[in-house]
Design a protein around this ligand. Structure first.
Ligand SMILES: O=P(O)(O)OC[C@H]1O[C@](O)(CO)[C@@H](O)[C@@H]1O
Length: 480
């Protein structure tokens, strides 16, 4: 059995630092000593994540540590920079002239709160309760109060909890404000993720017209969709090799990077005529931009080929992990497409809007479960209604890395572990996963695959260059 702890991690070749140090110059020696001090102060151990442990910043040779140390501070700095840069525009947009000064003051306060959060992150402080008007305040405070004391700080907590907490806090500063309640720090970034990829949008639209109804086409669409899971700015450091355009030009050339492909099982599940009545498919969305567009294209295929009569889209209740789709992004995307100057793009946008009118596409009312810190196995008791509604579905399509981590509880499984085991009983229906691999959380690989990849590319688990199309059969469980 493969042991992940024996695999080289993204950091293992590096000195004790979160960036490679090329020579032992005096400043480098000093910075290494300081980092060691950091480790001692915050009890960071110079290990990879042990097998079956939760991902955590506690392990220095993990992607979780790199995220906490290097990526999350940058996200907070970007939010501050955006507020500073767009100050006048925001004041004009959100406050009348009479209140302009008050809005400017509020902006300063929010910048201060983000700086404070960054300081708490960088000095491994404990999570604080939510004390404002957050609609999910109780859920969060309840969660925090049940964490053991030694798992309540950024570096000692599971990194899933730490990352979710950070993004939830970041948004709380806005929702508790007077003027900026409906503002999203990253709305422009998400809009750019679409507007900057209009050539790819057009290419994908043309590529998928008049497609046939067979496994080969479906398999191709799944791969295109899975590779589109690279548009999250949060992980721009790990964007993989395959650009959207390269994928479209030659999808099968990417096959060696698809380390699990269960498209045939997914096809069989959708094509199963025995379950004629149950034709709802649910997408648990990830990122806005080209990725969301490619979700619409996959959903369109399901509807047009009779594989589904309705596709329901689950979005986040508020801005989340920088580029995740919210209700606003979903609607904005459809409007933008339908009003685009290019005739073909506007036509496809209008078609999607019509699907919404006809009930073929449905935007599901938001649930705070998707923006909670909870792994999915806990849905049965934390949000039983959501679980019941997912049970109506023929297939649940989970998009992207974060959903994957929540399915697998953010545990460092042996990579050959059966995915159904890792779900810890979460199986409301059949499950499909489309994800670029961006952390050490993985299951369902064939024996030997992980070791071979590690020999070839020590960064394979975090580079985003590899992807999985996985399926878990829920039918046996529920006797369909
Ligand atoms: O948009 P995705 O695919 O969920 O990726 C974002 C996630 O991936 C990571 O960058 C790596 O695990 C996380 O920090 C974040 O959870």
């Amino acid at each position: 059995m493969e042991s992940l702890s024996k695999e080289p991690s993204s950091e293992s070749d590096q000195p004790e630092d979160d960036h490679p140090v090329k020579s032992d110059s005096e400043p480098n020696k000093i910075s290494r000593a300081l980092r060691t001090e950091f480790d001692a102060k915050y009890q960071i151990v110079n290990l990879q994540t042990p097998l079956n442990a939760f991902m955590s910043g506690h392990y220095k040779q993990s992607f979780a540590f790199f995220t906490l140390r290097s990526r999350l501070p940058v996200i907070l700095t970007n939010a501050i920079d955006t507020l500073t840069r767009d100050k006048s525009e925001l004041v004009a947009q959100f406050a009348s002239n009479d209140f302009a000064q008050a809005a400017r003051e509020e902006l300063k306060i929010i910048i201060g709160l983000i700086s404070q959060l960054k300081y708490e992150l960088q000095t491994d402080k404990p999570f604080h309760n939510f004390t404002g008007e957050e609609p999910d305040r109780e859920l969060w405070n309840n969660f925090i109060s049940h964490l053991p004391n030694n798992e309540r700080t950024f570096y000692q907590a599971s990194s899933l909890h730490a990352e979710c907490y950070l993004h939830r806090k970041l948004h709380s500063f806005l929702e508790n404000s007077i003027f900026l309640k409906s503002y999203d720090y990253f709305a422009k970034v998400k809009e750019l993720a679409l507007t900057d990829s209009m050539e790819d949008v057009l290419a994908l639209t043309k590529h998928t017209r008049r497609s046939e109804n067979n496994l080969e086409v479906f398999n191709e669409l799944l791969k295109i969709n899975m590779w589109s899971n690279c548009n999250d700015v949060a992980s721009e450091a790990v964007i993989g090799k395959q650009t959207n355009r390269q994928v479209l030009e030659n999808v099968s050339a990417t096959d060696e990077y698809v380390i699990v492909n269960q498209a045939a099982e997914i096809w069989r599940c959708l094509d199963n005529q025995k379950r004629k009545k149950q034709k709802q498919v649910d997408f648990i969305l990830d990122n806005a931009g080209y990725e969301l567009f490619s979700d619409f294209i996959l959903a369109e295929f399901l509807i047009e080929k009779g594989l589904a009569t309705k596709v329901r889209f689950h979005v986040k209740a508020h801005p989340w992990f920088v580029t995740d789709v919210t209700e606003r992004d979903f609607k904005w995307t459809l409007e933008y497409l339908s009003q685009h100057a290019d005739y073909i793009i506007s036509l496809i946008g209008k078609k999607f809007l019509q699907f919404i009118d006809e009930g073929k596409f449905e935007l599901v009312p938001t649930s705070h479960f998707w923006t909670s810190p909870h792994a999915f196995y806990s849905m049965t008791h934390t949000d039983p209604d959501l679980y019941k509604s997912l049970q109506q579905s023929k297939l649940l399509v989970f998009k992207g890395e974060l959903n994957y981590r929540k399915l697998l509880q953010d545990v460092c499984w042996d990579s050959t572990q059966e995915t159904s085991t890792c779900l810890r009983g979460f199986l409301p229906s059949n499950i499909c996963v489309l994800r670029r691999v961006k952390s050490e959380v993985i299951s369902g690989l064939a024996e030997g695959v992980g070791q071979a990849l590690s020999r070839k590319d020590p960064h394979w688990m975090v580079s985003g260059s590899y992807g999985v199309i996985q399926f878990v059969d829920g039918t046996r469980e529920f006797g369909y």
